[in-house]
Design a binder for this molecule. Structure first.
Ligand code: G6P
Length: 359
């Protein structure tokens, strides 16, 4: 394992760039087993409900995975911050999907205690096979992202989403929701995520640096998403806060008019994970009319493109049932570039730790 930065300016830059190979490596290892033995040895029946548990970026990854189970299998879910699990009523019998890059986060381990106490079966998604979380779960999926040095999670987010999706597909195959040809099609699309991420990295590199000068003096940022894009807007706001120390909030686009709209002034940056819908277009018009600086992420014509609309050069167009995962790349690059321009230590943001082992 290469633990050096190589030619990269910082570990975060390296880890952002590694996302295509992380996906490709995961799919090369697990792709052929998806829908076959990946789920069944866990000995868990097809769940009727999922309880998604994690902190920070891992919780976002869990929400993205749960959306896949909901969309393809109709499985309902609840997501709970790990620190809130002990104080929250959970759905009896629900499969707890507990995500933690390190597998050692104290809030997560305490949540596992509470979940065990309520007899929830636990599926762990972690990057650390030797972690306390991995030891204490009935079933474990290792995300295989390799060591992540940057405090702000990047490639492990993507690895958790892809790893969790692999488990969900297998679960739905075992439950008879997906047949062999469905699995074949969906696995091929999941494999294409490596290329999607590579395209998104190039597109972000080409578009983000020019945007930075107009944004560095902004005291606050509003992120908006809708449906499957919402969780990626949340993740983008988290990355921006962690790295730049600027305020950032994320909302469902439709909630804007119920409060956050009051924040919008001339020049306020509003970053939209664009799903191309008319509803989102209407929201964009509303903030633009109030002078906001709108930056869209997603389609080819967006401020920060994340995918092509054609299949030219063999590039995939995005995987609709997975949500706009590739949009996270532009958001990671935006947060990093802004932080660099502000002179922040992007690998070690102030006040934060890679793994928080105290409650
Ligand atoms: C810390 C890190 C975050 C991370 C969170 C959860 O707060 O700074 O980047 O998302 O812990 O970590 P975990 O190892 O449980 O995924």
């Amino acid at each position: 394992t290469d633990l050096t930065r190589g030619l990269h300016p910082d570990f975060m830059a390296k880890e952002i760039e590694q996302q295509p190979e992380v996906v490709a490596d995961f799919m090369a290892t697990w792709g052929p087993s998806i829908g076959r033995k990946l789920w069944s040895p866990f000995g868990l029946a097809m769940p009727r409900h999922l309880t998604i548990v994690g902190c920070g970026t891992s919780l976002h990854a869990g929400r993205a995975v749960a959306q896949v189970a909901a969309r393809l299998g109709g499985i309902p879910f609840t997501s709970i911050e790990a620190s809130e699990v002990a104080a929250t009523t959970t759905v009896p019998g629900s499969l707890a999907v507990v995500l933690s890059q390190s597998g050692e986060t104290a809030d997560v381990l305490r949540a596992v205690d509470a979940l065990h106490g309520r007899s929830h079966p636990i599926l762990a998604l972690t990057n650390n096979p030797h972690s306390a979380l991995a030891r204490r779960a009935q079933a474990v999926m290792i995300c295989r992202a390799g060591p992540e040095i940057g405090v702000a999670a990047t490639k492990t987010f993507t690895a958790q989403v892809v790893g969790g999706t692999a488990v969900v597909l297998s679960m739905l195959a075992a439950g008879g929701v997906l047949d062999r040809s469905d699995i074949h099609r969906l696995v091929t699309q999941l494999e294409s995520v490596a290329d999607l991420m590579a395209y998104a990295i190039g597109a972000a590199r080409g578009s983000v640096p020019d945007l930075v000068p107009a944004l560095v003096d902004s005291p606050g940022f509003v992120f908006l998403g809708r449906g499957p894009g919402r969780v990626f807007a949340d993740e983008g706001a988290l990355k921006l806060k962690e790295l730049t120390y600027r305020w950032a909030e994320s909302h469902a686009a439709g909630e804007l008019k119920h409060g956050p709209l009051a924040l919008i002034e001339h020049g306020t940056p509003v970053i939209v994970v664009d799903d191309g819908s008319d509803r989102l277009a209407a929201t964009i018009e509303e903030v633009r009319a109030r002078g906001a600086r709108v930056l869209s992420i997603g389609p080819e014509q967006a401020t920060i493109p994340a995918r092509t609309s054609t299949n030219a050069h063999g590039l995939a167009r995005g995987v609709d049932w997975l949500g706009p995962l590739e949009s996270v790349v532009g958001l990671q690059v935006l947060a990093r570039e802004l932080a660099v321009a502000l002179g922040r230590d992007v690998d070690k943001p102030r006040n934060l730790a890679k793994s928080v082992t105290v409650e």
